[in-house]
Design a protein around this ligand. Structure first.
Ligand code: SF4
Length: 220
């Protein structure tokens, strides 16, 4: 067992597919890539989310489970997770704020990521990774009782009209199959990278790193 307990933010897990160096710097060195906020997309996203608050999930889109949509800042932290690799064990916790929880029958819940548009198949692994991470934090929290997670999915808004009354469209639910073994396999690979003493190489010709290298070379 290594001494360090890594703190993973589900929102950083999408970096894994984009650039392992950026993932390492964000998760292990607390040196995240600067974000470039898109205010319009942020505003649309917030409006869409607020319109979902309290709605019956099964009335929003075909295939959604029965329950109520709870939109808010759900601050989550998991108990330490032990991730076994062949010659050692790593420990990590999942920590972050989740936007959308589906309150299902009894104490069970579902977890959803809300996006504009329907997610491309290539984007689903990153959604799945984040949703599995949230599921760990909900089912095995650091404090208090856990709740069973019975559904994971991506809720995408497909705009159809942009008229004077605003944007109208339809919601589509893309369910994500639960596969904890695959998620733990990902954690084993990711934590093995984070445990290295230095970050892996970056993505070739990434404009951020090209700019940073040019700055170092020129001294500007
Ligand atoms: S190459 Fe780009 S994505 Fe990778 S570490 Fe540099 S800034 Fe981040």
């Amino acid at each position: 067992m290594t001494d360090r307990t890594w703190v993973l933010a589900p929102n950083d897990l999408g970096l894994w597919d984009q650039c392992r160096r950026c993932f390492y710097l964000a998760a292990a060195a607390e040196f995240p890539r600067p974000s470039s906020p898109n205010r319009t997309a942020g505003l649309i996203g917030r409006r869409l989310l607020s319109g979902l608050q309290g709605a019956r999930a099964d009335k929003i889109a075909d295939g959604m489970p029965s329950g109520l949509v709870d939109v808010g800042r759900h601050a989550l932290r998991s108990a330490p997770l032990t991730v076994q690799v062949p010659d050692r064990a790593y420990r990590c916790v999942i920590r972050g704020d989740l936007d959308v929880v589906l309150r299902l029958e009894g104490e069970a819940c579902g977890l959803a990521e809300v996006v504009v548009g329907v997610p491309e198949p290539a984007a689903l692994p990153a959604h799945s990774r984040r949703l599995h991470a949230w599921a760990q934090a909900v089912e095995t929290p650091d404090a208090g009782p856990g709740r069973a997670v019975h559904a994971l999915g991506v809720l995408g808004f497909q705009a159809e009209n942009d008229g004077p009354a605003g944007v109208t469209g339809a919601w589509r639910w893309t369910p994500i199959a639960r596969d904890d073994a695959a998620f733990y396999g990902f954690l084993a690979e990711a934590l093995s990278v984070l445990a290295r003493p230095s970050p892996p190489g970056g993505a070739p010709l990434c404009p951020w790193c090209v700019y940073r290298d040019a700055s170092r070379r020129t001294g500007y």
